[in-house]
Design a protein around this ligand. Structure first.
Ligand SMILES: Nc1ncnc2c1ncn2[C@@H]1O[C@H](COP(=O)(O)OP(=O)(O)OP(=O)(O)O)[C@@H](O)[C@H]1O
Length: 231
C-alpha cells in the first residue's frame, strides 16, 4: 500500500446520480483521503462522468450525500473552488487568450506566487513549449487536452478530479501523465479519476470503484483486475 488511508477528504454516502428521476447506476458509497487515488471504471454509459459531475457539485444528487472536508459540496463556495481542481469532458478556454495566458490566469487566480515559473514548468512537462503562445483554436485536439490538464497542475488543490484524462493523448504523454498523477498523490493530493486506460489505473490507483447497474463497489486493484482488463 502506498499511502495508508488518512482522514477522509471526499465522502459519498448512498449517492444516487442521474440526469432525470432515474439513477444511471447503483448508489455509490466512497471515501477518499489525502495522498490516495481512486479510479472509477465501468463500460461506456455506465455513469462514470455523471458520478464525477455530481461529486464536484455540477449535478444535484438524486439521493444521498457528498461532502468535502465535512462540508456539502458547492462549486460556488470559495473554499471548494480553492480545494478542487477538475478536468471533466468539456475543455473550455478563453478564446482570445493564448495557452500560456490561460495558464497564467489560472495560476494567479489561485494565488500562485511564482506563477511565471510554475506555468513555464508545466508547459514544458505537457510538451506544449512550441505552441504555448498559440490560441486554443489553433491547437490540435490532443494539444488542447494537454492544455486543459496543465491548467489543473499550475494551481494547488487538495482534490484533483479527472474524467478520462488519457483521452486524445499519445502513448508517451499517457505514461508521463501517470507519473505526474502518482507524484501528486504521493505528495498528498487526493486523486479521483475515471478511466478506460488499464495502465493508468494500474499505475496510479490505490482503489478502484467499479460502476454498474446492480452494485457500485470499491475494490483493491487486485480484486478489480478482471474489470480493469476489460477497459
Ligand atoms: N446530459 C445528459 N442528459 C441525459 N442523459 C445523459 C446526459 N449525459 C449522459 N447521459 C446518460 O447517462 C448515462 C451515463 O452516462 P455517463 O456519461 O455518465 O457514462 P460514462 O460511464 O461516463 O460513459 P463513457 O465511458 O462513455 O464516458 C448514459 O446512459 C448517458 O446516455
Amino acid at each position: 500500500m502506498r499511502n495508508p488511508p488518512g482522514s477522509d477528504l471526499l465522502v459519498a454516502g448512498g449517492l444516487a446520480v442521474g440526469h432525470g428521476a432515474a439513477p444511471v447506476c447503483a448508489p455509490v458509497d466512497l471515501r477518499l483521503s489525502a495522498g490516495r487515488a481512486l479510479a472509477v471504471v465501468g463500460p461506456n454509459g455506465s455513469g462514470k462522468s455523471t458520478l464525477l459531475r455530481t461529486l464536484v457539485g455540477l449535478l444535484e444528487p438524486l439521493a444521498g450525500t457528498v461532502t468535502l472536508a465535512g462540508a456539502s459540496v458547492d462549486e460556488r463556495s470559495a473554499a471548494f473552488r480553492r480545494d478542487v481542481a477538475a478536468v471533466l469532458d468539456d475543455d473550455s478556454f478563453f478564446v482570445s487568450l493564448t495557452g500560456r495566458e490561460h495558464l497564467l490566469l489560472t495560476a494567479r487566480g489561485h494565488g500562485v506566487a511564482a506563477a511565471e515559473e510554475v506555468v513555464a514548468a508545466e508547459i514544458e512537462a505537457f510538451g506544449l513549449a512550441e505552441r504555448a503562445d498559440a490560441l486554443p483554436s489553433a491547437l490540435s485536439s490532443g494539444q488542447r487536452r494537454r492544455l486543459a490538464l496543465a491548467a489543473a497542475f499550475v494551481r494547488p488543490a487538495r482534490l484533483l478530479v479527472l474524467d478520462e484524462p488519457e483521452r486524445r493523448l499519445d502513448a508517451g504523454m499517457r505514461t508521463r501523465l501517470a507519473a505526474r498523477l502518482g507524484g501528486l498523490r504521493d505528495a498528498g493530493t487526493a486523486v479521483l479519476f475515471a478511466s478506460h486506460d488499464a495502465e493508468l489505473v494500474g499505475t496510479v490507483a490505490d482503489e478502484v470503484l467499479v460502476v454498474d447497474d446492480d452494485a457500485c463497489r470499491v475494490l483493491a486493484p487486485a480484486e478489480a483486475a478482471g474489470r480493469i482488463a476489460e477497459l
